[in-house]
Design a protein around this ligand. Structure first.
Ligand SMILES: [Zn+2]
Length: 466
């Protein structure tokens, strides 16, 4: 007998209650609760218990378990392979998340081109089944033609019922399954609409089970909400083996692929792509993303950051001006808002600036977000440069984290950051105090190196007018 169960689920965070609530006690959002009905079949009438119970599993001793290297499929797109830790692991479930329109479908379609070339055995190549639940197969075909991707073994279906997709899997027996997107497929057992928390959770469950049982590598595409959460719940992140975020501004050129969870490898690496007419192009030297700054512009500072094993150079821009509001505005694009407030507080207290009548806008040029704190000092100098109308030389690189006492804290890999900057023609570096051993290494670079202990020292060095 089938039993129906009704519950109210927050569409933002997945919080569940038995009755309607106006405000979610978990994420504090208003009006996010939707009633969802789940039909649970009781064990008695479950005709296919093999779906749930894995009869092959047995208990074994730890030292009897063999450590076979997992089979990995290299995509031959280096930027993607690096993020995955060497390619897709066979039978894993990977979630590719990002804003709508950022290029997720383009990326997977370009990936299938190489995947379909991999040989499974002597005469068979890998098969890929692409579930295009948002578009018609014709639209996908048009995009594939534009990207010059026309592999032989790529199967398309616009089936949006996940149970039917499983039947199609049994017929085609693919090695790869792509679901584009998880928000537009549904499972017949769940009564709520596609895209709701219950549906997303159940569909992912079904896909996970299929991936493990049939050893099919599965890629799920998921759209993120405005706040950057994978829509709607975080539960999805816990369920899959690997979560990759595709970040960037869809109106700008550069995209970053960042791994935020990986059961089969490290999560520190990033991949960089450039969106062009012919699709996504790999960027092998991300330090060259930096575009030239206008000569003598005030409010611009360059920082070298480290993402995984790669060095990035970013231009941080600041604009400060008198405000017409009682509460001055603070806007941060590409870096953390709270970090900006903290830096402004340090500048008021330790440098003696009065910012209570100043609007402050900061922006990372190029549209890529910076996460690590080594940009603090560059941000400080960019703001002061804008306030005092004194430019910072465009060949000066500024690196350092700023503490609450106005002290400059050490950041790691100074040597590699400076080497990269030197290669690109930077002539002066303002950095935190380093050990003699590191100084010996960086002093051989063709650069004037200034070590600073406090923000005030850095201002003297950075805004010196020749
Ligand atoms: Zn909530």
């Amino acid at each position: 007998m089938a039993k129906s169960k009704s519950k109210w689920v927050c569409q933002n965070c997945g919080y569940e209650t038995v009755s309607y609530l106006g405000k979610c006690p978990e994420c504090m959002q208003f009006g996010t609760f939707v009633e969802e009905v789940t039909t649970i079949s009781t064990l008695k009438d479950n005709s296919k218990p093999s779906n749930i119970i894995n009869s092959d599993s047995k208990v074994s001793k730890l030292n009897e378990i063999s450590l076979d290297e997992k089979v990995r499929f290299k995509t031959n797109i280096d930027e993607l392979d690096r993020v995955l830790g060497g390619g897709f692991v066979q039978g894993s479930l990977v979630l590719l998340a990002g804003d709508p329109g950022i290029g997720k479908s383009t990326l997977v379609l370009q990936t299938t081109k190489n995947l379909c070339e991999i040989k499974k055995n002597k005469d068979e190549k890998l098969k890929v089944l692409y579930v295009c639940a948002e578009e018609s197969p014709m639209q996908v075909k048009l995009r594939a033609r534009r990207l010059e991707v026309e592999p032989e073994n790529l199967y398309l279906t616009n089936q949006i019922c996940i149970d039917e997709v499983i039947n199609q899997i049994d017929a085609i027996k693919p090695d790869f399954l792509i679901v584009d997107s998880i928000q537009s497929v549904f499972c017949a057992g769940v009564a709520s609409g596609a895209g709701s928390v219950s549906q997303i959770r159940e569909c992912t469950n079904v896909l996970m089970r299929t991936a493990k049982q049939k050893n099919i590598t599965t890629i799920i595409i998921g759209h993120v909400t405005k706040e950057g959460n994978i829509a709607g719940p975080k539960v999805l992140e816990h369920m899959v083996d690997c979560v990759i975020n595709f970040e960037g501004d869809k109106y700008k050129q550069f995209r970053i692929l960042r791994c935020i969870k990986n059961r089969f490898g490290a999560i520190s690496e990033v991949g960089v792509f450039k969106m062009e007419d012919t699709g996504l192009v790999e960027v092998t030297t991300p330090s060259q993303i930096l575009t030239e700054q206008p000569e003598g512009a005030c409010g611009s500072a360059i920082v070298a950051t480290l993402e995984g094993s790669r060095i990035f150079l970013h231009e941080i821009q600041a604009l400060a001006g008198s405000t017409s509001y009682t509460n001055p505005r603070r806007v941060a694009v590409g870096l953390e808002y709270n970090r900006l407030l903290q830096i402004l507080a340090v500048l008021e207290k330790k440098v003696g600036l009065n910012l209570s009548k100043q609007d402050v806008y900061v922006n990372v040029a190029g549209g890529i977000d910076i996460i690590e704190p080594s940009y603090d000092l560059a941000l400080c100098l960019a703001i002061i440069s804008s306030i005092r109308d004194i430019p910072i030389s465009p060949t000066t690189i500024i690196i350092g984290e700023v503490g609450l006492l106005g002290e400059i804290r050490y950041v790691d890999n100074i040597e590699r950051r400076l080497k990269e900057a030197s290669k690109l023609g930077f002539k002066k570096a303002i950095i935190p105090k380093v050990s003699d051993k590191i100084y010996k290494k960086i002093s051989s670079l063709d650069m004037e190196i200034k070590q600073v202990a406090k923000v005030t020292d850095a201002i003297i060095q950075g805004l010196k007018q020749e």
